[in-house]
Design a protein around this ligand. Sequence first.
Ligand code: MN
Length: 195
Amino acid sequence: MEKFDLMTLPYASEALEPIISRETIGFHHGKHLQAYVNNLNAAIAGTPFESKTLEEIVLTAEGGMLNNAGQILNHNLYFGQFMAPKEDNKPTGALAETINAQFGSFEQFQEDFVKKGVGLFGSGWVWLSAAEDGRLVITQEPNAANPIQKGLIPLLTFDVWEHAYYLDYQNRRPDHLKALWSIINWEEVASRYEK
Ligand code: MN
C-alpha cells in the first residue's frame, strides 16, 4: 500500500469557478499533485522516512524527497484547508484584530500579501503565518518550501507556480492573486490562528 494518497477535494472540481476552473483543478490537483504523491511514495520506499509524517519529512529530508513532501504539504493546505467556494468572506475574531493592528486594515494586508506573491521570482508560494508570539508574518517561500521550516505556523497560502493559474489567467499573476480573495475559507484560517 502506498504511504501517501492524493488528498480528496472537499468541493466539486468546478466549485471554485470562475477563479479556478475545473480544467485547472483537473491538471493542478489531478496531475501535478498526483505526481508529487507518486514521486514521494517512490522516494521513501524502503527508507526510514516511510514511517514519518509529511511534516516530519519536510523538517528532516533533503533534495527530491523534501521537494515532493513540501509540495504535498503545501497543496493539501491550499486545496483542502484554505480554499472554499464561498463569496467574499473576511477574517474574524483575534485574526481580524491582529491584521488591523499590524497592517492598518484588511485591505492593506491584502495589498501587501498580493505584492509579495507578485514579487516572488519564479515558482513558489506566498504565506501568511503566525510566529510563536502571535505576530503575523508574510513570507515568500521558493519552490516547495513551507514556513514550518522557519518555526512559523502556516495560516494561509497562495500558490504562485504558473501551473496554478496559467490556463485561466495566462501571465496575469496579479489578477489571479487578487481574485483568490473571494474563495478563501477565512473561518478555517481564523481558527488556525486561535489555536
Ligand atoms: Mn501548485
